[in-house]
Each structure stands twice: as C-alpha cells, then as structure tokens.
Design a binder for this molecule. Structure first.
Ligand code: NOJ
Length: 493
C-alpha cells in the first residue's frame, strides 16, 4: 500500500480534530491542484496529425457557440505547455488535472494508427510536470469524441465500450508509468443529457427521454471495462488509481414538506446517483428504475426507456472505482411536482421535480452558477452516508465572471467559502476528501459560452497572438492557501 493511502486511512480513524478545524488547517495528505481540459486550452486543432473530433465539427459547422468562438487556438497550450507548467509552479500546486485529446493520440479513434506527435506532446507535458514536482492527474475523456466514432452513432453505439477500452488501454500503456491518477469520464451527465438530450453540447442531439439513458448506459459500461483493464493488467506494476468524475449541485428541499424532501433526494439520485450508484451499488438508483419504468409505461412504451444491466454486468460494474471525483459548483432548491401530463418523454418528467434558485444567492457569470458554499458540505456528507464513504477528490470547483479582471475578489471569496465548508466536512463529519481542484488554471473556451465566461486564476489575453497569461489576485490567494495549507481570514471577507 502506498504511503498516501496509509496516511488517509490513519487520519480517518481519528478524524475528529477540532484544533485543526479551528485553525483551518488542511490534513497533511490533502492535495491541491488546478484543472483544464484538452479542447478548452490546447488549440492546434488540426496540427501534427491530430484527427477531427466532435467539438471541431460542432464549432465549424453550427452556430451553437456564442460569437462563433472556437477552440481552434484556445489558450494555445499545445505550443505553450512549458509556460503553463511555470504558472503551475507559481501556484505551488501538488497536481495538474488535464485531459488527453483522444484524436491527438488516435486520429481515427481506433488504435490502428497512433499519432507519434500527439504522444510526444503529452510525454513532454508529463515530463515537464514531473520535473517540477507536480503530479499529473489525467482525464481520459473530457467530451471530445473523435468524429469517426460519432459517424457510427457515438455514445449511443454499444461497440464504443470496446473502442473506449482500447483507447484507455493505449493511454495506460503509454503513460501509466508516470500517471497515478486516472479519471475515465468527466461529467458523464453533461455528455449524455446535454449532448444527446438537450442538444447543447456536441454532438448536439435532441433525443430527450431516450438518448441520455442509452448514452449513460454505454458510458458506465465503458468506464467499468477501462477500470478492469487497469486492475488486471496495470495496477500491480503501475500502482495507480482509477476513478470517474461526476458533477452535482446540492439539492435542498424548498420546504419541510415530506414531498419536497423526497423530491430533493430524488433529484440527487437522478443526477449523482445515475452514474455513481451503479459503480458503488451495482445498478441505477431504485427510484430511477421505478420512475422511468412507470412513465415509460404510461407513455405507451413496451419496456422502460432506462436500459437494464444484466446480473453479470451489475457484478462487473459494482466496485469499479478507487476514488470518486466530484465537480461541485452550485446548489438548487427543490419542490415536488405533481405528475405531469403524458407528453414528450423526458428525463425532467421522469424525475418529477421542480428545481429553482433562491434569488438572494449571489451569482457568477454562468447562468447556473450560484454561490452556495454550504452546499458542497451537504453534498459531501450525503455522499459519505449513501455511497459507502468513498475517497472523494473535488475535481472541479470555481467561479466565473465576464470581465476576467485581475482584481477578482469574488472568486477569492467563493474559493475561500467552499474550502472552508470542505474542511468542516473533513473534520466534523469524517468525509474522506483527499484533494481539491480549482477550475481553472486559466480563462479558456467555456463550451457553448465561448470565451465569454471566465473561470481562470490566470487571465488570458485572447486578442494577443501570444495568448499572454497574467496572474489574477485569486492566483496569489490560492498560492498562499497551498503554501500555508491553511485558510486565513476565514469569515472576514
Ligand atoms: C464543468 C466542465 O468539466 C468544464 O469543462 C467546464 O468548463 C466547467 N465545469 C465550468 O463550466
């Protein structure tokens, strides 16, 4: 067992430590990092043999993205990765979470051709990180499917399970000596619900009520297969961990009415449980199985729109994680919604809840981003209680504004508030949180919002050819937290 794991185990045997909490000090095993994703920062979309992916296709052929922005150049990290690592060393982070662009390694999506230049790029990045004592945390899939795989139906096609597993295996083989933290999928709910339901993200399919469930089914099986490949062929030699990154709001019942409380719980299960429940408990949450079957029947379907796992699949999927990544930014209030009329089959109607925000909550620039620091603590406690107290890494948390100003006090308050709530969850409730990741290292391509919403600790000048990076006040703040391993001024700002 590696030292880190031993530390964590011992700590959580004796976690009630009020001194450390009142000093706002992070446990010694706790790691700090920042994150980005390939399509959002790399640019070089068609350089050195990279193949086309679904985001390249979407930005070049539709007007879904604000201002027709594209990730063609983005932050130009493909050419400026050394500078990025310098920014990381300025922050003093323990790790850097980045994603690998599938089409840069396997231009066709399949392992028949391996793009040497792509491999070299990630080898160089990883070496540069290691030379600076920064651990690489790698997301295998952050939304950029090779276009040829979309041509065969993308995540609706079950053969993607084997194809994804081949890709993951290629990465374990190429980079596994140096990478000890792997995340199979980033935010599968956004991939499936927004990509195959609402049509807001690539491949922009509008298949509400059908597409998201089929996509999720394929993703979960793909995840499990990659996990087992690692366990069976790499774990012993490479000694790393494999997890997944699931996002959720905290859902607070709008009133004490039992129907609203049930509705809030149901929303958490439809969102977090949809992906985490199979991995931890072997199947979709019971309430989801029941409700989708019930609505499907009313709508006239023969069977449930929610696909079913076979008993063998349940066994195979159950336990397929070493840690769970949590992306947590915002919270919502929830009310029970009376059963809706039979209309278009939809995930929303299947859930049967009404979510909204408290107008008094402070907001970020993104329309979904409400500043609710206590929400993250509640999510963490809820996961501990309902999901076998897993190791949790906060794989994303951050604040957006429009101006990208260097004096970003609101971002500082946000991070400070959320970190403080995380500390409380660790010391008061014994939640096994072992790391925190700020989104994002720098301003970047924010999907359908283009370059309008800015999350960076470093500002990027997208007008300059050089994509000049400049530290914001929050970079300095985060550096001090990491350096002191402590939250200063809690409650003052
Ligand atoms: C979720 C995604 O993982 C990331 O790509 C995105 O930019 C941030 N959160 C902010 O929306």
């Amino acid at each position: 067992m590696r030292n880190h794991t031993i530390f964590v185990l011992i700590f959580f045997l004796f976690w009630r430590n009020t001194d450390a909490l009142s000093n706002h000090t992070f446990p010694s095993f706790f790691k700090f990092g920042v994150a980005t994703a390939a399509y959002q920062v790399e640019g070089a979309w068609n350089e050195d043999g990279k193949g086309e992916n679904i985001w390249d296709r979407l930005v070049h052929n539709t007007s879904i993205v604000i201002n027709h922005d594209t990730g063609d150049v983005a932050c130009d990290s493909y050419h400026k990765y050394k500078e990025d690592v310098q920014l990381l060393t300025q922050l003093g982070v323990n790790f850097y979470r980045f994603s690998i662009s599938w089409s840069r390694i396997l231009p066709t999506g399949y392992p028949d051709q391996i793009n040497k230049a792509g491999v070299e790029y990630y080898k160089n990045l990883i070496n540069e990180l290691k030379a600076n004592n920064i651990e690489p945390f790698v997301t295998i899939y952050h939304w950029d499917l090779p276009q040829p795989l979309q041509e065969i139906g993308g995540w609706l096609n079950e053969t993607l399970v084997d194809i994804f597993a081949e890709y993951a295996k290629t990465l374990f083989t190429l980079f596994g000596d140096d990478v000890k933290y792997w995340m199979t999928f980033n935010e599968p709910r956004q991939i499936c619900y927004e990509g195959y339901g609402l049509g807001w993200k690539a491949p922009a399919m509008k298949l509400l009520g059908i597409g998201p469930y089929r996509c999720a089914h394929v993703l979960i099986k793909s995840h499990a297969k990659a996990y087992h490949i690692y366990q069976d062929n790499f774990k012993e030699k490479q000694g790393g961990k494999v997890g997944i990154v699931v996002d959720t709001d905290w859902y607070e019942p709008a009133t004490n009415n039992p129907l609203d409380r049930e509705a809030a719980e149901r929303t958490l299960q439809f969102r977090w449980g949809w992906y985490a429940h199979p991995l931890v408990h072997g199947n979709y949450p019971k309430i989801m199985i029941q409700r989708v079957a019930m609505r499907s029947k009313l709508e006239g379907f023969e069977g449930s729109r929610l696909p079913a796992f076979t008993p063998e699949e349940v066994n195979y999927i159950k336990g397929s994680y070493d840690f769970l990544g949590l992306n947590q930014y915002a919270s919502s209030l929830v009310k029970f919604k009376p059963e809706s009329e039979i209309g278009i089959p939809s995930y929303e109607n299947d859930m049967g809840t009404l979510t909204f925000r408290d107008p008094s909550w402070e907001r970020g620039a993104s329309d979904w981003l409400y500043v609710v620091p206590w929400g993250i603590g509640k999510v963490l406690k809820w996961i501990k209680k309902n999901y076998n107290s897993p190791e949790i890494i906060i794989t994303e948390n951050g604040y957006s504004d429009y101006d990208g100003a260097l004096q970003d006090d609101k971002r500082i308050n946000y991070i400070q508030g959320y970190l403080s709530s995380i500390l409380e969850a660790i010391y008061e409730d014994g939640v096994k949180v072992t790391g925190y990741t700020a989104w994002s290292l720098m301003d970047n391509f924010e999907w359908y919002s283009g370059y309008r919403e800015k999350f960076g600790l470093f500002q990027v000048d997208f007008q300059s050819k050089n994509r000049t990076r400049t530290a914001k006040k929050s970079a300095n703040f985060y550096r001090n937290v990491i350096h002191s391993r402590k939250l200063n001024n809690v409650g003052k700002s």
